[in-house]
Design a protein around this ligand. Structure first.
Ligand SMILES: NC(=O)c1ccc[n+]([C@@H]2O[C@H](COP(=O)([O-])OP(=O)(O)OC[C@H]3O[C@@H](n4cnc5c(N)ncnc54)[C@H](OP(=O)(O)O)[C@@H]3O)[C@@H](O)[C@H]2O)c1
Length: 268
């Protein structure tokens, strides 16, 4: 896909991977609608996007509120006359033992990571179809491919959004709308600031710029998936598919340490 002049609706654009995505996309001079709850970081990103020769429109919105999906889609359409690409990037996390996570924290993760992308995509589909060359990008997680202990709810939401994307890609096959699923590994963003898990726990961090560059490359070349984390991660994904009990054993040896390292990990 040639991204020049495309109308792109990007959620979670004010920080982390979303911010880097906005800047990498800006190099292709699209028209960007930037969504998040806080206006200020979105305005900062919008200035940087404009400095790169692209257009930017800021739409502050909480994507977990009733009726917001339709409003955000309408705002993008009004400003730019349509939508060619929807990037479902906004997400949150709360790690810890399931019985220690509050009911509201379970609902908050499902609402933003799973329900919001489904409702936004549903609301944007008429515009994406009208584009004739539409694209939905779902930012899932490597945890969707290898369920990690103490991330059961987050893993459920990320596997859910990935399967939503795969099913929808097949549903829309031949109808002018493609779906790309992105599976970042551990990435140095504000979301990870409360996690103490490092390489010794199997979390090899990369920069949001690297994830964004790979994602934009996947958008341009029509990829089905972008999987980050390098060769060791790819081997672990293969092992998890072919011999999940071996991964159980591997993680069992690290469980106690991992639990301590991620006990305070929350972006809620
Ligand atoms: N960092 C990692 O290691 C990693 C790994 C795999 C996958 N991911 C995924 O990558 C995506 C981006 O995460 P990130 O790491 O870049 O985290 P981040 O910096 O915390 O970004 C999340 C963004 O979502 C926005 N957001 C949060 N709640 C929202 C709501 N209710 N409505 C609208 N926007 C909301 C936030 O802005 P406001 O607070 O202003 O709303 C923020 O800009 C997420 O889907 C995450 O699950 C991250």
């Amino acid at each position: 896909m040639d991204l020049r002049d495309r109308s792109i609706l990007l959620t979670g654009a004010g920080s982390g991977i979303g911010r880097s995505l906005a800047l990498h996309l800006a190099d292709h001079t699209p028209r960007l609608t930037l969504v998040g709850r806080r206006a200020e970081p979105l305005e900062d990103v919008a200035q940087l996007v404009r400095a790169r020769g692209a257009q930017a429109h800021v739409v502050p919105a909480d994507l977990t509120e009733d009726g917001v999906a339709a409003g955000v889609v309408a705002a993008a359409q009004e400003r730019f006359g349509g939508i060619d690409v929807l990037v479902n990037n906004a997400g949150n996390v709360r790690a810890g033992r399931l019985e220690e996570i509050g009911e509201a924290e379970v609902f908050a993760q499902i609402a933003l990571n799973l329900t919001a992308p489904i409702l936004l995509t549903r609301a944007a589909l008429p515009a994406l179809r009208a584009s004739g060359d539409g694209l939905v990008v779902n930012v899932s997680s490597g945890i969707a491919l290898i369920g990690m202990p103490f991330y059961a709810t987050y893993a459920a939401t990320k596997a859910g959004v990935a399967h939503f994307g795969e099913a929808l890609r097949r549903e829309l096959h031949g109808e002018g709308v493609h779906v790309l699923n992105v599976f970042p590994g551990a990435t140095s963003t504000p979301m990870m600031e409360t996690s103490n898990a490092g390489a010794e726990h199997g979390f090899d961090y990369e920069s949001p710029e690297a994830v964004a560059a790979a994602t934009v490359a996947g958008m341009v070349d029509g990829s089905l998936t972008v999987v980050r984390g390098g060769e060791s991660r790819a081997q672990m994904i293969g092992l998890n598919r072919n011999d999940p009990a071996a991964v159980d054993q591997f993680l069992a040896g690290r469980k106690r340490e991992l639990e301590q390292a991620v006990a305070g990990h929350s972006s809620l």
